[in-house]
Design a protein around this ligand. Structure first.
Ligand SMILES: Cc1cc2nc3c(=O)[nH]c(=O)nc-3n(C[C@H](O)[C@H](O)[C@H](O)COP(=O)(O)OP(=O)(O)OC[C@H]3O[C@@H](n4cnc5c(N)ncnc54)[C@H](O)[C@@H]3O)c2cc1C
Length: 562
């Protein structure tokens, strides 16, 4: 069977079953090749089903014609691959149009939604109905899919911050075309299924995360309720060596305050500068990181400490003051400038500072603005604040199209930003944190990359650190990738390993010879998807057959237009 003729037949079938407007070819597929990590993949076509039945029909045709599919939700996986498939010549299954909120149970706090539902959409839905729940927001902002992020096991800093932990049920179309749901749902318990995560029998929902075993069509997520009181706190660590004390304090607080305390973020000063200062392009040599002397003078000008921390307390008007006292007692002696902010006292500060004249007043207004937006995020309101990071080095002004509200939103892939996340897990001890920070500070500049470091307490035992490798995709892609590999290898030697991989680096894990884990993954993949129809190359090693199968699709273009 010729590859191009099988693609042509599939396209004809999809045009019939989905409608011609739901099949994209050629230049209309360019959007799926745009990514922030500088990787190039050929995309054969894209289909946009609008419900589960259509997804099953797409899979059915792909199986008959032996075509590989790559499902995305909103495709905003910036810094990990965006909408770009892990392998060449896939047909992208773009689920952004499947964006219905199917159910929201305000008593149990459960929402069931489709892949295309974004953070902002859920926010608007809750606001319109005055429902007291937080959206599980991330730094990636309003236009990102809740389902896609949970499938990547992403996280945020609101309660239920580990997003897959909050997923209680899902449905998926399997490579066979069958519909997967839990045993409890199959037995008729669709109502109670979403109220209990683990179901009965082997726990299988998890195999659809960071994998290539099905196309998830809906998900039930337990939402956190808006608490009676939320307080943001910030602190500063004036000297580099203050980090160790703050790590011990952060762990003690996470261990004692439980769910009342959000994740605590500790950011180095370069990471803070990336949020408040323009990139000092004129003072940086070609292919070099910002010199230490320049970082020093920028930090001095802004009166920045070496490290900056932020966290939040969630509770009632009785519990928050008690937790505040605990934070003061544990963190206070280890940090400077520990301050607490609520919406009320921020409002008062805004009014006071607006009376201050001149530059001092403007700087304080700016700082308060950032605190306001951070508090919004902590209240489950999506914001683009953190997303601006992707534009720092490129300096590219985000394109704005007043005709189209969606395209005026930030989109680092569309705007040609280079960002690759190194996101390793670091045990939450002072010595491990120091060892890790020294490693990043030593390796990144060797590759001309700025070491921007955030440590986030994703549990009471471990940080996930995020280092955004910012680069110019036109000329620095290889250097950025080499930096990523060096961090991965040295991190592995020191015991720091990423919780999530970009699509061109997955093989650093999956190609590990003799790995029982990845062999098991491959066996499961083979059993469920013997023809490698779904997301070949995503978190498993690609069989050479799948490569061959797709190779002969390369000459499809002319034939498709016939
Ligand atoms: C500045 C910045 C800040 C960021 N902050 C955060 C953050 O705080 N937390 C965080 O987690 N991430 C963050 N990100 C990373 C990323 O942008 C988000 O995780 C984003 O939510 C992922 O994109 P998406 O929601 O559009 O999911 P998608 O891109 O649609 O999905 C991600 C992947 O999951 C798979 N997939 C998606 N849908 C399906 C489906 N229905 N069935 C089967 N497989 C599917 C696909 O392989 C896809 O590539 C950040 C990125 C940037 C640039």
């Amino acid at each position: 069977m010729s590859g191009s003729s099988s693609l042509n037949r599939a396209i004809a079938t999809w045009r019939q079953t989905l409608g011609a407007g739901s099949v994209r070819l050629d230049g209309d597929c360019d959007v799926y090749s745009q990514n922030c990590i500088g990787v190039t993949r050929q995309v054969s076509a894209a289909v946009l089903p609008c419900n589960e039945t259509e997804v099953a029909a797409v899979v059915e045709t792909a199986r008959a014609e032996k075509l590989a599919l790559y499902p995305i939700s909103t495709g905003h996986n910036w810094g990990y691959g965006s909408a770009t498939p892990a392998a060449d010549n896939c047909v992208v299954v773009d689920l952004s149009g499947m964006n219905r909120i199917l159910d929201l149970d305000p008593v149990l706090g459960l929402v069931t939604l489709e892949p295309g539902v974004t953070q902002q959409q859920l926010r608007d839905y809750l606001d319109e109905r005055d429902l007291p729940f937080l959206v599980p927001v991330t730094g990636a902002g309003p236009t990102c899919s809740l389902l896609g992020n949970a499938l990547e096991r992403g996280y945020g800093i609101t309660p239920h911050g580990d997003h897959f932990s909050a997923v209680t049920a899902l449905r998926a179309v399997l490579p066979s075309g069958e519909i997967y749901q839990s045993a409890i749902a199959e037995a008729g318990g669709t109502g109670v299924d979403g109220a209990y995560k683990w179901g009965v029998g082997p726990y299988l929902d998890g195999i659809f995360t960071q994998s290539s075993l099905g196309i998830v069509t809906q998900m039930t997520i337990a939402l956190a309720r808006v608490p009676e009181k939320v307080e943001l706190f910030v602190f500063e660590l004036p000297k580099d060596e203050d980090l160790e004390g703050a790590v011990e304090a952060a762990r003690a607080l996470r261990q004692s305050l439980g769910d009342g305390l959000s994740a605590i973020n500790i950011l180095n000063r370069l990471r803070v500068l990336s949020m408040i200062e323009p990139y000092p392009q004129a003072e940086v040599g070609v292919g070099e990181a910002i010199p230490a002397s320049v970082v020093d003078s920028m930090a001095r000008r802004r009166r920045l400490p070496h490290w900056f921390g932020v966290g939040a307390l969630y509770g009632t008007k009785e519990t928050v003051p008690a937790m505040r006292r605990r934070v003061k007692r544990v963190l206070g002696p280890k940090a400077k400038g520990l301050r607490f902010f609520s919406k009320t006292n921020l409002g008062i500060l805004h009014r006071m500072i607006s009376l201050l004249p001149g530059a001092a007043g403007r700087v304080l207004q700016e700082r308060l603005g950032t605190l306001d937006e951070t508090l919004d995020i902590l209240l489950g309101r999506p914001r683009e604040t953190a997303l601006k990071l992707a534009y720092w080095k490129s300096g590219r002004a985000p394109s704005a199209d007043p005709e189209n509200a969606k395209s005026s939103a930030l989109d680092p892939a569309r705007d040609g930003c280079g960002i690759m996340w190194y996101a390793p897990l670091v045990p939450m001890t002072a010595s491990a944190a120091r060892n890790y920070v020294d490693m990043v500070n030593e390796i990144c500049p060797r590759f001309g990359i700025n070491p921007l470091i955030t440590l986030t307490t994703i549990s009471e035992r471990c940080f996930d650190s995020t280092v955004p490798i910012l680069f110019d995709p036109a000329v620095e892609q290889e250097r950025a990738q080499a930096c990523y590999r060096a961090l991965f290898e040295e991190g592995k030697n020191r015991g720091f390993l990423p919780y999530r991989m970009n699509l061109q680096s997955m093989e650093l894990y999956t190609a590990h010879e003799g790995s029982v884990f990845w062999q098991t993954v491959n066996k499961i993949k083979h059993a469920i998807d013997p023809e490698q129809l779904i997301s070949p190359g995503r978190y498993h090693s690609v069989a050479s057959e799948a490569d061959k199968k797709n190779e002969d699709l390369a000459g499809k273009e002319a034939a498709i237009r016939d």
